[in-house]
Write a protein that binds this ligand. Structure first.
Ligand code: JCF
Length: 686
């Protein structure tokens, strides 16, 4: 080379090229470890540092930027329209099964055609997203296409490159020269919720469901928009392949792990199953875990595992005879909104409830769904008589998603929550800026009376067994009780007068009432029904106040010192006890004999050990139930929260932990299992 003191331009460029290649390679590798193997080796900050280094080199040498550089996920040019792409091999659809019988018919057909029984299946969740085809040439992602009609799709390469979980470059070097990977692009639920919130904040329309949001995001002509959308990918097969350098696996299960090693993300729920029974058990298990997943699935895909067996089965029309999608019961159905009724809650809040023509959603019959408040009714524009879409997803509580406006009756009118209480007729007042309004009558409103008593006797409060809604209603109607303390003066003579109350049930009820007097301080506080004081806050109060006396006289400032108590709750507590009616009620309950164990010295010392921790519990446990864990952690001073955030310090992960575990891993939060939890509890109790 040259003997000049300085480097020639070529030498500088050559050096930059080597460095750019090296940085790209490292970034691809770390993305693989993070997104595909779930096993990151470097921190986000270290990743960012490498990324910025690459960006700055590329800025100085734009001619050295390659299409699959890790920096090229964000952009690409906006298009006028999508180019068409012909699939080398058609992209198939799946036949559906809707019950065990249909599933068994699929199995029988295979048994008969193969004329043996020693074959095995694979199973994986059927994601509710969009099928895409990804073509890698010499390990680089060169093309991505939609399924289209199965023969011809659209070229969405720039959009797909923005998806973090899709490798731009394969790992290792044994991959085929050309490898077409197929799979599903979908939008995880957390991202979907955020996106819809952003849409609404910007005055845009919310997406009806994650599938529509994923479709709308992928079919954007401007990839910069797609880049802002939280899409993800799981692979479920391959298409066209040329010049494999290594023999490909002869069965689906092994092939998937081969692909995973090359950097393709596969479902963590993929299983190899040997029998019909194990397939049906897998389906049941997925029905159960479905509500805990961070993405929507609409069934289970079963496939014959070995490719030789698949070949023997062949195809009918465009669907393989070696695979079937066993669908879950529909989670979204339409029905008629018969009426909107107003419920009055324990604190007087008026809540509109939709009465629906009974309809089966996700395997259960739904007749009611809350409409939350006036804002929600306005936003969804639901009116009595409308045909509405009802949905049960994520959690099990059904909701009205929207009205089908095109099917609306001509004379319908918007629904307005009345400005008087439908039960007692008192005026309903809007609460500050909240969307709710409240009956102003307080405990003179029969609806509120009833709800207060129902809450007081409920399982997590005073736990009075045998005091169902109907009995509470009769007790009030017959003026046998007015306030909760009256429960403790009820006699056999009173109760025997009620409908369907025999001697035996009266005795049982009186015993249950008597037994409820032995309680805990936390349960008692919770039972009082102070606004926004739930179980968890009640436990905090128990842990921080050694006696009822101290709690009754606590100031806002004192209460604010407790970690999970904020301004509103502190004020609610002080206001509650300042009301003479309430303090008299508390007095009367204590006089009736309600009592709890004094906190032991030991306990109050113990309560400090985990006071710096904010803990989330997820999954199931062999030797505890979650409530027990929660209580023990509380007693040691920990704050237990329902969702993982940056503030979380420990995630306790049991079996079948789902999205919370993934999130905690991504955030680098300390994760402990049941054994480690046991150890933590033991050590902290010393
Ligand atoms: O998750 C899916 N939506 C999914 C779709 C999974 C699969 O294994 C599929 C599919 C469509 C076709 N397999 C085929 C053959």
């Amino acid at each position: 080379m040259s003997l000049d003191r300085g480097n020639t331009e070529e030498e500088v460029k050559e050096k930059a090229k080597v460095e750019i290649n090296e940085l790209s390679k490292q970034l691809h590798l770390h993305a693989h470890k993070y997104y595909v193997l779930d096993d990151p080796e470097i921190t986000d900050a270290e990743y960012d540092q490498l990324f910025r280094k690459l960006e700055s080199l590329e800025k100085n040498f734009p001619e050295l930027i390659i299409d699959t550089s890790p920096t090229q996920r964000v952009g690409g040019q906006a298009l006028d329209k999508f180019q068409q792409v012909a699939h080398v091999k058609p992209m198939l659809s799946l036949t559906n099964a809707f019950d065990n019988e249909e599933y068994q018919a699929f199995h029988k057909r295979i048994q008969q055609t193969l004329n043996r029984s020693d074959f095995d299946y694979i199973a994986e969740p059927k994601l509710d997203g969009l099928a895409v085809s990804l073509t890698y040439k010499n390990g680089l992602l060169v093309q991505a296409a939609t399924r289209g009609d199965g023969q011809i799709g659209e070229n969405i390469t720039s959009n797909v490159k923005t998806i973090d979980t899709i490798a731009l470059q394969l790992q290792g070097d044994h991959y085929p020269e050309i490898l077409e990977v197929r799979g599903e692009v979908f939008m995880p639920l957390a991202g979907f919720k955020n996106l819809n919130q952003t849409q609404l904040n910007n005055g845009d329309k919310a997406f009806a469901n994650p599938r529509n949001a994923a479709a709308g995001s992928l079919r954007q002509l401007d990839p910069a928009i797609t880049a802002t959308r939280p899409l993800a990918f799981y692979c479920y097969g391959i298409g066209h392949v040329e010049n494999p350098k290594h023999e490909l696996a002869d069965n689906y299960y092994d092939l998937m792990f081969q692909l995973k090693q090359w950097g393709i993300r596969i479902s963590p729920l993929l299983k190899q199953l040997p029998t019909l029974e194990s397939c049906l058990a897998y389906y049941q298990k997925l029905v159960e875990v479905r509500p805990n997943l961070d993405y929507e699935i609409d069934g289970v895909v079963f496939k014959l595992n070995h490719f030789a067996d698949q070949e023997k089965m062949g195809f009918i029309a465009r669907a393989p005879r070696w695979s079937i999608a066993y669908k879950f019961p529909a989670q979204e159905v339409s029905t008629t909104l018969l009426a909107i009724e107003i419920q009055v809650g324990r604190t007087g809040v008026l809540t509109p409830v939709a009465r629906l023509e009974p309809v089966e959603v996700g395997g259960v019959t739904v007749t009611n769904a809350t409409l939350h408040n006036q804002d929600e009714i306005n936003k969804k524009d639901v009116r009595v008589g409308d045909t509405v879409i009802v949905r049960r997803a994520g959690d099990v509580i059904p909701e009205v998603v929207r009205s089908i406006v095109s099917r609306r009756l001509p004379n319908s009118t918007p629904f307005v929550i009345p400005d008087t209480c439908p039960i007692c007729g008192a005026v309903a007042v809007k609460i500050n800026d909240e969307a709710k309004s409240r009956c102003s009558a307080g405990l003179t409103c029969p609806a509120q009376q009833k709800e207060v008593i129902k809450h007081f006797v409920s399982r997590k409060a005073m736990n009075i067994d045998g005091l169902g809604d109907r009995i509470v209603e009769q007790l009030l109607e017959n003026k046998l009780i007015l306030h909760v303390d009256d429960l403790y003066t009820l006699t056999k003579e009173n109760l025997i007068t009620l409908e369907r109350m025999g001697e035996k049930s009266v005795d049982n009820l009186l015993t249950a009432i008597e037994r409820s007097k032995q309680t805990t301080f936390a349960r008692f506080i919770y039972a009082l029904g102070i606004r926004e004081v739930g179980e968890s806050t009640a436990l905090s109060l128990q842990n921080n106040f050694k006696s009822l006396e101290l709690l009754l006289n606590a100031s806002t400032e004192e209460l604010l010192l407790i970690k999970d108590i904020g301004d509103v709750v502190a004020k609610n507590i002080v206001t509650f006890f300042a009301d003479e009616k309430n303090s008299r009620l508390v007095q009367s309950l204590i006089e009736a004999g309600i009592c709890w164990p004094e906190p032991s010295i030991n306990q109050s010392e113990k309560s400090q050990a985990l006071s710096d921790e904010i803990i989330v519990i997820t999954g199931s446990f062999e030797n505890f139930n979650r409530d027990e864990i929660k209580q023990q952690l509380h007693q040691l001073g920990a704050q237990v929260s329902g969702s993982v955030s940056k503030k979380t310090t420990i995630l306790v992960a049991g079996e079948k932990a789902g999205s919370k575990l993934e999130k905690a891993q991504n955030l680098g939060i300390r994760i402990i299992n049941e054994d480690e939890l046991n150890k933590l509890l033991n050590e902290s109790s010393l």
